[in-house]
Ligand binder design. Structure first.
Ligand code: NAP
Length: 399
């Protein structure tokens, strides 16, 4: 390399360093935030949001490269879960006042570690990681996010950040529902008959792939246009819920060991009798009234009502030797490590519905709010970076 090139390279990297240190000095970033509840129009791009600081020894600061939008983000923007989540935030922050705003959404991410707390050993600055956060934490629809090290793992190396970000929240929900709440695992699932209701969203698509991998016989329920897609994921039988014969076809099936319900509504009443009697069969639903009850009736009464409802559902299913369980997402870095291996071995694959740029986050929310997911909705921050780096290059050439 000629000295003049070296000099130019040196000047450019110094400029870049000054630019980034200036940025770091200001400790600001871009983040999509809401200052009141409502529709996606309430989301604002805050260009001077504070970069979170690693204060806790177990925390990791991550530069986000991609994140997904989940139905929970859309619901939380409308105020869903605010009673419970604001209470947890208030306790965590030792505050006397409710801690709702600014609300920063985005439950999962794929990115690069920037800084780690002093107790963190498993990852270091520069590592590529993925993770999913608790709903009361500030989310990933921002340039940087803070996560406890036990919520993240190294990302699968065989997929890019956008593909990786399609997994953490939905896959961990499926993982908790199937494994933690459903008690099914690699060794116990072989030959079991499982009905997956709502098989075309993030949770359903990952569930089918995992259950097939573990040797289950999977029947999936989806809309007419998605039958082929669901078959391509490996489902042994697919039922089209838009067909006029759907309920009749459903009634003819029975002998399921487990039902995973990602839709709710009338499905528990329609399908609980399809479970085997007195064989430890389980109805596992990820759609529970817990947070809505707390929003409608307050934390204490709402939780009490949910407890009553859960006891009633459990008692009704027990009479035939079945069990009824509400399942929840659980942040879980160890599970993500296992899932990363499955992704790298091509045993589970990303299913992406649509990809948006960082500046298009409200449009991505609109898309998720409309429903009818066919896989995941992703925000790929590099699409934005590519354009700005093009601009940067042009500016450098002009200098
Ligand atoms: N408990 C928890 O911790 C937890 C965590 C994550 C998610 N969730 C909840 O779990 C549910 C699924 O999550 P997700 O991320 O997979 O949602 P999603 O991506 O929006 O997928 C939902 C899927 O269900 C399909 N669907 C709608 N009505 C249906 C019906 N009657 N029969 C069969 N399929 C139907 C939808 O497509 P079509 O409308 O075109 O059929 C869509 O593909 C959501 O309600 C979410 O809020 C709970």
């Amino acid at each position: 390399m000629y000295p003049s090139h070296l000099w130019r390279k040196g000047v450019l990297s110094t400029c870049r360093f000054l630019h980034s240190s200036q940025k770091c000095g200001m400790k600001t970033m871009q983040a999509w935030q809401a200052f009141e509840y409502g529709n996606p129009e309430k989301l604002q791009l805050n260009t001077v949001a504070e970069i979170p600081i690693v204060k806790n020894g177990i925390d990791v600061l991550i530069k986000v490269h991609a994140a997904s939008v989940n139905p929970l983000d859309v619901c939380m923007l409308e105020g869903y879960g605010s009673t419970a989540f604001n209470f947890v935030r208030q306790i965590n922050n030792c505050s006397l006042t409710p801690q709702g705003f600014p609300l920063q959404l985005g439950r999962d991410f794929s990115g690069t570690v920037v800084h780690v707390g002093k107790c963190v050993r498993s990852v270091k600055a520069g590592d590529e990681v993925w993770g999913a956060l608790s709903p009361w934490q500030q989310g990933s629809h921002a340039e940087y996010v803070l996560a406890p090290v036990c919520y993240i793992s190294k990302k699968p190396s065989s997929v890019n950040h956008a593909e990786a970000s399609s997994f953490p929240y939905a896959a961990l929900t499926a993982w908790s529902a199937i494994k933690i709440f459903g008690g099914l695992c690699e060794k116990s699932t072989y030959g079991k008959r499982v009905l997956v209701i709502g098989s075309t969203g993030g949770v359903g698509m990952f569930s089918i792939q995992l259950l097939k991998l573990w040797g289950a016989d999977v029947t999936a329920v989806c809309a007419t246009d998605a039958v082929e897609l669901v078959q391509s994921l490996g489902a042994d039988m697919v039922l089209d819920y838009q067909s006029p014969e759907f309920k009749q076809n459903l009634k003819q099936l029975n002998g399921f060991d487990a039902i995973l319900d990602n839709v709710g509504g009338e499905y528990p009443d329609l399908t609980i009798d399809l479970l085997k009697k007195w064989k430890n069969s389980k109805y596992i639903t990820v759609v529970s009234p817990l947070l809505k009850n707390a929003d409608d009736r307050g934390l204490v009464l709402g939780t009490f009502m949910s407890g009553l409802q859960a006891s009633f559902d459990t008692a009704m299913s027990f009479k035939d030797g079945r069990s009824f369980r509400w399942a929840y997402f659980v942040p879980n870095g160890c599970a993500l490590k296992s899932i990363a291996k499955l992704v790298d071995n091509k045993q589970v694959n990303p299913v992406i519905d649509k990809v948006y740029k960082f500046e298009e986050v409200p449009e991505a929310f609109e898309k998720v709010a409309k429903g009818h997911a066919r896989g995941k909705t992703i925000i790929d921050y590099s699409l934005c970076d590519e354009e700005s780096s093009k601009e940067n290059k042009e500016q450098q050439q002009n200098v």
